[in-house]
Design a protein around this ligand. Structure first.
Ligand SMILES: Nc1nc2c(c(=O)[nH]1)N[C@H]1C(S)=C(S)[C@@H](COP(=O)(O)OP(=O)(O)OC[C@H]3O[C@@H](n4cnc5c(=O)[nH]c(N)nc54)[C@H](O)[C@@H]3O)O[C@H]1N2
Ligand SMILES: Nc1nc2c(c(=O)[nH]1)N[C@H]1C(S)=C(S)[C@@H](COP(=O)(O)OP(=O)(O)OC[C@H]3O[C@@H](n4cnc5c(=O)[nH]c(N)nc54)[C@H](O)[C@@H]3O)O[C@H]1N2
Ligand SMILES: [Mo]
Length: 741
């Protein structure tokens, strides 16, 4: 079989979905000699990776039997399907297992994501919704674009997103990239790179606000009519004495004006640069301050989200064409192509943990309540304003309710987040090895991943080339993508849907699960849903198949602008916030009365950071960016991509010289949580004091437990953010030395 890219006619309203390097290299993965071909049962110790081949009947009996046993012993709340993004097809991936367990009386739910944990919760505290984005075509109207912690040239943020930035720049926008790394985006898309010390962006943003306020560059009219809490006159009733955002910026209460000089010492960005970027953003309007997610996967991730959105409001860039409100920025007005139509059903257990806290739910589930971010009462699922707002409400009010059980059974479908993608791998591995905690682990994947090595039962799944599927454009773009089976399943592989249907049969739920449909009929079912909602012209599946095309799109001729009606008339079209305005001061946060969750956007220093107590032993900040070679851990075993993008520890020339390290040397990277030995790349494309280990390499410990492949999560920590209970994986400090010493 050959793979080709989309070659429909091209244009701004309806661009071709141009294949990325990972897509083009997919055949090497599809026909990989290490594909799982048969069900496997563990024979060695858990995590050791020794298995024996078994038949499908034995495998399905075992899984169904364990689900029943654990349910009967501990209740449905002991069953758990972890976060997993491996499949973006409606009828494959983890939702197929969720549907089954929900029919079987439910399971412990998850909400939020590893991707957008903090931004998903922080955005509604400002705007009341996560649908804060204009459609990308509108970037062509921008005059300034700040790519803040945003790297779309390398990380796929909707197909063609980087192309739209390029077009905007060709049309006259000035583009500035603010990132500790001279990323591919900084190199290829930007006029200027501003390196910044990781975790300090909120300080630079605050100093920009200082410049804008003290030089009178703010849009005072917009602030007066559309915002809450920028100035002391704008405080909500009952909070008149609390500090407003300008009190914080000007230092009227704490005596510290947040000047560019103040921020320079924190961020490492020269004060003149901060002043210039502030003036440019406030005067070269309209402007986009795009908030990437790298900087919110950190200890105080919520603050940087709120600060960036506040800058957009302060400069009146909200609700205008060419502007950008900031925040999570799903497309207005309806969230864009980002839906799950496959019916997982209601979860009778009615409790969902923040996805990042699953190891906590293994160790101390029965102690976990709303203060741990647990949502009770039926709010389940991934992202969304509803769950985010419910979580904030829940923090302040502990009803005394707890989870009914610790996690006792894990069924991981399309997930490498049990081990590889979750933080602090060595800790996770210790927890999973203890069979007195999680009693049964089933993993469904294409390869024996680091997660699958911890399974008691491994089930081989088909790839999206081997079964029916259908997906959408993910976040930006407006299209439905059909994925028909193109090749026969490898070995004995079965689709996720078929596996779940067969387990359902054994639990007496066969008919309830399938409703009489096979994979193809569920695709038809999904198309009908979309035809009734967003894509009225969607062909029938028969017609679509006959056309021999894979993509159905809805051209964007008049790009939507988020909050345009609110901008026009804030009284007639209030925001879904408590005040109806943009809440720079949030009363809901104020009422939490927690210094880690201030009511106005605030720079909070990271405890594990260059100014923190451990910096003498571990002086370097470590990041793991989303790299071109992989989708997380997917493709780590793809030889073409490995050849083009070998895994390296990226290290600045000055840091290397200080340690006697030369380009290409093996280096040891370590902290108290773990260590690795990998080759390094010495480069000026990362700022001094920061090292980058692209996330997603498969954890490969040697006999001493030292990772030999560069799997960053041996170094990251299980710390979560205060408000969202979101992952803070990018906040970690390490030391580096030449290896062998
Ligand atoms: N090729 C590829 N594309 C992907 C993925 C992939 O694995 N591979 N994963 C997809 C998924 S699921 C997601 S959630 C998204 C993730 O998208 P992001 O989270 O936005 O990606 P990251 O690479 O983590 O971070 C973006 C940039 O932020 C920088 N950065 C890190 N910390 C800081 C900081 O403190 N301050 C500043 N200013 N910059 C910082 C990094 O150097 C990086 O260049 O990507 C999606 N697209
Ligand atoms: N340090 C650090 N850690 C991170 C991040 C970071 O920035 N830094 N990013 C985080 C983010 S944003 C995310 S989204 C997570 C991602 O974490 P995961 O969702 O675990 O993502 P993947 O590593 O891509 O693992 C997906 C697995 O699904 C399998 N798979 C693919 N298709 C199918 C299918 O159709 N069926 C089945 N059964 N299996 C399939 C793949 O082989 C792969 O093993 O990682 C998080 N971890
Ligand atoms: Mo993600």
């Amino acid at each position: 079989m050959r793979l080709e890219t989309d070659d429909r006619p091209d244009g701004v309203a309806d661009p071709q979905l141009r294949a990325c390097v990972r897509g083009r290299a997919y055949l090497r993965r599809q026909y990989h000699p290490d594909r799982l071909l048969h069900p496997l049962k563990r024979v060695g110790e858990r995590g050791e990776g020794r298995f024996e081949r078994i038949g499908w009947d034995e495998a399905l009996d075992l899984l169904a039997g364990e689900i029943r046993r654990v349910r009967d012993t501990y209740g449905n709340g002991a069953l758990f399907v972890p976060y997993g993004t491996g499949s973006y097809s409606q009828i494959n991936g983890s939702q197929t297992a969720r549907r089954l367990l929900n029919l079987y009386g439910g399971c412990l739910g998850v909400w939020n994501s590893y991707s957008w944990g903090a931004i998903n919760v922080a955005t509604p505290t400002v705007y009341g919704t996560v649908q804060t984005g204009n459609q990308r075509q509108d970037w062509l109207n921008a005059r300034t674009i700040l790519m803040w912690s945003w790297n779309p040239a390398e990380m796929r943020d909707g197909t063609n997103t980087e192309w739209f930035v390029k077009l905007a720049r060709q049309g006259g926008a000035r583009v500035i990239c603010i990132d500790p790394r001279l990323s591919m985006s900084a190199a290829a898309l930007a006029d200027e790179w501003v390196p910044i010390r990781p975790g300090t962006d909120a300080a630079m943003m605050t100093a920009m606000a200082w410049v804008i306020l003290t030089e009178g560059l703010d849009d005072a009219g917009f602030v007066r009519t559309h915002c809450q809490g920028v100035t002391p006159e704008q405080m909500p009733a009952g909070c008149e004495d609390a500090p407003s955002w300008s009190d914080y910026i000007l230092g009227t209460r704490d005596g510290q004006p947040k000047t560019p000089a103040w921020a320079e010492a924190i961020t490492g960005v020269p004060r003149e640069t901060i002043e210039r970027v502030a003036r440019e953003y406030a005067t070269r309007k309209p402007g986009v301050l795009y908030q990437g997610y790298g900087m919110q996967r950190r200890a105080h991730g919520e603050q940087v989200v709120r600060a960036g959105a506040a800058l957009a409001a302060l400069t009146g860039n909200v609700g205008v064409s060419g502007g950008w409100a900031g925040g999570l920025a799903l497309q207005a007005p309806d969230g864009g192509p980002h839906w799950n139509v496959f019916p997982v059903g209601a979860n009778p257990v009615g409790a969902a943990i923040p996805c990042f806290l699953w190891t906590e739910a293994v160790v101390r589930g029965r102690e976990m309540g709303a203060f741990d971010g647990v949502l009770f009462g039926g709010v389940d699922g991934g992202e969304g304003s509803e769950s985010a707002t419910a979580a904030v409400r829940g923090l302040g009010d502990d009803s005394g309710r707890r989870l009914e059980s610790d996690i006792r059974l894990i069924w991981a479908v399309a997930s490498n987040a049990l081990v590889n993608q979750h933080a602090d791998i060595n800790r996770t591995a210790r927890i999973l090895r203890d069979e007195s905690r999680v009693e049964f682990i089933a993993v469904q994947d294409h390869f024996l991943t680091p997660t699958a090595r911890f399974a008691d039962l491994v089930l081989p799944a088909t790839t999206h080339f081997e079964t029916w599927g259908v997906g959408d454009g993910w976040k930006y773009g407006d299209e439905v993508v059909l994925a028909p089976p193109l090749v026969e399943p490898a070995g004995e592989c079965r689709s996720d849907y078929r596996i779940c249907a067969d387990v359902a049969e054994r639990l007496g739920l066969g008919e309830a699960y399938t409703e009489g449909r096979d994979e193809r009929e569920w695709v038809e079912w999904a198309l009908e849903r979309w035809r009734d909602t967003r894509f009225p012209d969607l062909p029938s599946l028969d017609e679509w198949e006959a056309s021999n095309r894979g993509v159905h799109s809805r051209p964007v001729t008049e790009p939507a602008v988020a909050f345009a009606d609110f901008r026009e008339d804030p009284v007639a079209h209030p925001l879904p916030t408590p005040s109806g305005k943009i809440e720079i001061f949030s009363r809901a946060l104020h009422d939490l009365d927690d210094p880690r969750i201030p009511a106005v956007p605030t720079y909070l220093p990271e405890e594990e950071g260059p100014f923190g107590p451990g910096a003498d032993r571990y002086p370097l900040q470590v990041l793991g960016h989303h790299a071109m070679a992989r989708v997380h851990s997917i493709h780590d075993n793809n030889d073409w991509l490995q050849e083009a993008f070998p895994q390296r520890v990226f290290l600045n020339v000055l840091d290397a010289r200080e340690r006697g390290i030369a380009d290409g040397d093996e280096v040891r990277v370590w902290n108290d949580r773990g260590e690795m030995v990998v080759r390094c790349r010495v480069t000026p494309r990362i700022m001094p004091g920061v090292v980058d280990i692209p996330q997603g390499a498969w954890w490969s410990p040697d006999e001493h437990g030292i990772d030999r492949r560069g799997s960053i999560n041996v170094l990251t920590s299980q710390r979560w953010t205060a408000l969202a209970h979101a992952t803070a994986q990018h906040t970690a400090m390490v030391q580096v030395e030449r290896w062998p010493r």
